[in-house]
Structure formats: structure tokens, C-alpha cells
Design a protein around this ligand. Structure first.
Ligand SMILES: C[S@@+](CC[C@H](N)C(=O)[O-])C[C@H]1O[C@@H](n2cnc3c(N)ncnc32)[C@H](O)[C@@H]1O
Length: 197
């Protein structure tokens, strides 16, 4: 069994959140095209997306992954240590919004998958960290179909939905990026900066 199959089984058994099966083809297609060397993964959970990105990035790809939940980070650390990519994934514990301004720039692939209400803040903080050619993938941007259209949004989801709409507006209006929205799973936004022709 590969480390990924093991993590998928673990997630199924425990309910730990990992990239949905329906979203994996888009995620892998972006990685194939971008072939990133330096990856930033915001929202580690058990480390699935960080390891998947390193496994499908450039041959020497490395990743920095951010997680604020101590127990989740402990589980991720164990999976990462047992994986074939152990030396290539750095797990940073703490609030992503606080860590981001302290990272060295030079990322060419970023996966945003942490606090949905913070996506506009992540965008502002990630942007200066990007290489000239880079891609930013954000998960859950269509959040249960509530982000686009005029469906009634329950009070408890309202701020999150407004912030996800703001994220989509920020990426769409940013002249340096071309953004595509994929409806797979909970919705993925893929924002290319200087995409290869
Ligand atoms: C959907 S899961 C990430 C799944 C992971 N990207 C994957 O596909 O394998 C979201 C994770 O983000 C973490 N998270 C939420 N808010 C955060 C924050 N402000 N800073 C750091 N991590 C955060 C949660 O604890 C959770 O583990």
C-alpha cells in the first residue's frame, strides 16, 4: 500500500479532511503543467496535499506546509516522516496568517486550503511570495454551491461565503493572473500567473 492509500484509508476511518477524490484530477493536472520546485501548502491536516504536491512536482520539489491544530500536525508529522518525501516537506505549526509574512519568497505552486474566511488575507500575503511564473490553487471556493448564484445563505456561513466571493473577485480582477474555476468537489480556483503559452 502506498503512503497515499494509507492516508486515504486513515481519512475515511477518522473523518480527517483531505483533498476530495473528485478534486484530485484537477490538482494533479495543474501540478503536471506547473512542475513546481517550491510548494506552499496552507492547511496541512494530515499532510496529504503537501505530500501529493511534492510527489507530482519537479523531481527535487520541496514543500512548506502550515497547520495550527497541534494534534493534526502531529499526525501529519508522522505520515511525512514515514513517506518517501520526508526530507522535502517542512511542517510549520501555527496560524497561517501569522506565518505567511515570515516566509522567504520564491514559491511556484500554492495550495490554499485552511480557514475559508481568511482567503482574501491569504491571497494578499501569498502574492508577494510568488515567483514570476506561479499558480495558486484554492479549495472550497464554491462552498456547497452557496458562493455563486443567489441561494439563501444561513447566518453561520454568511461571513465565510462573503469572503469566498471576495477571494473570487480579487483573483478575477488581478491583471497579473488568469483564473479558472472548476466545479469538481467543493470548487477549486486555479490562478495562473504568466501561464506558459
Ligand atoms: C481541509 S483541511 C486541509 C486538507 C489538506 N490540504 C489536504 O488536502 O490534505 C484544513 C486544515 O487547515 C487547518 N487550518 C484552519 N485554519 C487554519 C489557520 N488559520 N492556520 C493554519 N491552519 C489552519 C485546519 O486545522 C485543517 O487541518
Amino acid at each position: 500500500m502506498t503512503i497515499f492509500e494509507e492516508m486515504e484509508r486513515y481519512a475515511e476511518a477518522t473523518g480527517a479532511p483531505i483533498l476530495r477524490a473528485a478534486e484530485r484530477p484537477v490538482f494533479l493536472a495543474v501540478l503536471r503543467e506547473a512542475a513546481p520546485r517550491r510548494i506552499l501548502d496552507i492547511g496541512t491536516a494530515i499532510g496529504y496535499s503537501a505530500l501529493l504536491a511534492v510527489a507530482h512536482g519537479a523531481p527535487e520539489a520541496t514543500a512548506v506546509t502550515l497547520e495550527h491544530d497541534g494534534r493534526m500536525a502531529d499526525t501529519a508529522a508522522r505520515f511525512i516522516a514515514r513517506s518517501p518525501y520526508a526530507g522535502r516537506v517542512e511542517l510549520l505549526r501555527g496560524d497561517a496568517g501569522e506565518i505567511l509574512p515570515h516566509l522567504s519568497p520564491g514559491f511556484d505552486f500554492v495550495f490554499i486550503d485552511a480557514a475559508k474566511g481568511q482567503y482574501p488575507d491569504y491571497w494578499d500575503k501569498v502574492r508577494p511570495l510568488l515567483r514570476e511564473r506561479a499558480v495558486v490553487v484554492a479549495d472550497n471556493v464554491l462552498f456547497r454551491g452557496l458562493v455563486q448564484g443567489d441561494a439563501f445563505v444561513e447566518h453561520r456561513y454568511r461571513t465565510m461565503v462573503y469572503r469566498l466571493r471576495e477571494y473570487l473577485a480579487l483573483t478575477a480582477l488581478d491583471q497579473a493572473f488568469t483564473t479558472e474555476i472548476f466545479e469538481a468537489g467543493d470548487g477549486l480556483a486555479v490562478s495562473w500567473r504568466n501561464r506558459r503559452p
